[in-house]
Structures are given as structure tokens and as C-alpha cells.
Design a protein around this ligand. Sequence first.
Ligand code: NAP
Length: 252
Amino acid sequence: MTGNRRLFGLIGKPLEHSFSQRYFTEKFKSLGLGDHRYQLFELSSIGELEALIAEHPELAGLNVTLPYKKQVIDFLTDLSPEAQRIGAVNTIKFTPDNARVGYNTDYHGFYQSLKTWLGSSSPKKALVLGTGGASMAVTCALEDLSMDITSVSRKPSEEVITYRQLHEMDLRNFELIVNTTPLGMAPHITTLPDLRYEQIGVGHFLYDLVYNPQVTAFMEQGNQQGAQVKGGLEMLQLQAEKAWDIWNHINP
Ligand SMILES: NC(=O)c1ccc[n+]([C@@H]2O[C@H](COP(=O)([O-])OP(=O)(O)OC[C@H]3O[C@@H](n4cnc5c(N)ncnc54)[C@H](OP(=O)(O)O)[C@@H]3O)[C@@H](O)[C@H]2O)c1
């Protein structure tokens, strides 16, 4: 590391709007850390990561987004237990002894916000909509909260049910429903998961990972049916804070 200069950044492709860059740039400013920077590094392939690391000896941490959350693992020296279980990394810490450790802070963000939101309620059965990267962190957190999980996908496979199969079931069997699909995300704000919303009621908890808009069409439907609803903004902030903790502590 060069003096106190610390460089952080985000790798992915494409990188247009970045919550993380805005979040950390504001954080460094508010903490008076004029020697800290957060930069966007759009990589056309994950192989370019080695050159990026070589060019920036002051690199202290990276966030990782689509499409590299899995591919990046081959370039790391260690994985945290949750990243190992999930098989995906969204945060890397570079240490002075040249270790490159991968973490999954989506797991922590979701776990923490869900637990706080549920309070003393303890749903036993959860439905997870979508089987992409974020769903793996969600599933892992729900397992750690001892929930019985049913995953829903557009594509049939042994581990999941399809939306068609779900339509033949009663949603009252699932107290918690988590949307991990991008449905409802701006600019497609009128789209929402294909559920029989008339079966949703007062006993339901609907959690949407989508954070823009803050109230999605999925949440609106839940609201109308009397369910409790939560959007993804708090998870997003908590996962960023967890990354900051990791970058600042030896053993987070
Ligand atoms: N709040 C947070 O902190 C946070 C963190 C991570 C991600 N997110 C949000 O979570 C969402 C998913 O992220 P991701 O990284 O998991 O994305 P992803 O890897 O692209 O996966 C999304 C999954 O959603 C399903 N899906 C995609 N398009 C669909 C459609 N038109 N209809 C129904 N299902 C569809 C697919 O599952 P099937 O093929 O199995 O149907 C897909 O694998 C995004 O909106 C992202 O912004 C939020």
C-alpha cells in the first residue's frame, strides 16, 4: 500500500449506475478520508483482473457484480464460509500479505434486515422466487434461520418448482415470499412475479430484493392484501456497510 492511500472499486460488465460508487464516495467524504477513492472498473473478461491488481498496488477492496460473482473465485486465495457455501463473491479484501479473500455480503445484508424486520415472528416456510445469483445468498440465509425453502423458477428442474406448479398450490402454505427476480425494477416498474395474489393475506411477509423503486408492484399487491412488505434498499445499505467492515478489520 502507498502511504494511507486506499483504492476501492467495483468490477463488472456493464457498469452504468453504481449504488456502491455513490455510497462509498459519500462515506469517504463524510469521514474526511480524502486519500480514499472508489472507482468503477468495467472488465471485458475476468482475466483482466490480474492486470488491474498489478496496476493498482493501493487496491484495498473490490465489490463484484454481474457477470463475475462466480468467475472471480478462481482468482482468490481464500473464501469466507458463507461465500464458500453460496458459491459466489461480491466483495474482495486485499491484504498486505497478498491474500485475496472473497466474501458474500448480500448474505449478511439480507440476513440482518430480514431478522430485524421479522422481529418476534418466526415464519417456518419460505418461497424464493428466481434462481439467480442473489437467490443463493437468500437461500443460505433462510437455511440459517431454519426455514423450510421452496424455490420457484421459470425452468423446471429437480430442485425447484415452476410457476405453473406453484399455481396449483396454496400460497397460504408459505408465510414468507422473497422476490429475487428483477421483476418490478425500474424502468419496468409495472412487472411483478406471476403469483395468485388473491391468496396473499394478513399473515404473509413479502420481501422484495428490488430497491428501485422503493415500493414495487409486488409490494403494492401485498399491501392491498394486508400482508407486511419490505423492499431491498436496507439490504443494499447493509451489504455495503458489511463490505466496509470487512475492508477495515483483520478478521471481520
Ligand atoms: N437489495 C439488494 O441488496 C440486492 C442484492 C442483490 C440483488 N438485488 C436485486 O435482485 C434482483 C436479482 O439479482 P440477481 O443478481 O440474482 O440477478 P440474476 O442472476 O439475473 O437472477 C435473477 C433471476 O430471476 C429470474 N428472472 C429473471 N428474469 C425474469 C422474468 N422476466 N420473469 C421471471 N423470473 C425472472 C431468473 O430465475 P429463473 O430463470 O429461475 O426463473 C433469474 O435467474 C435484481 O433486481 C437485483 O437488483 C438486490
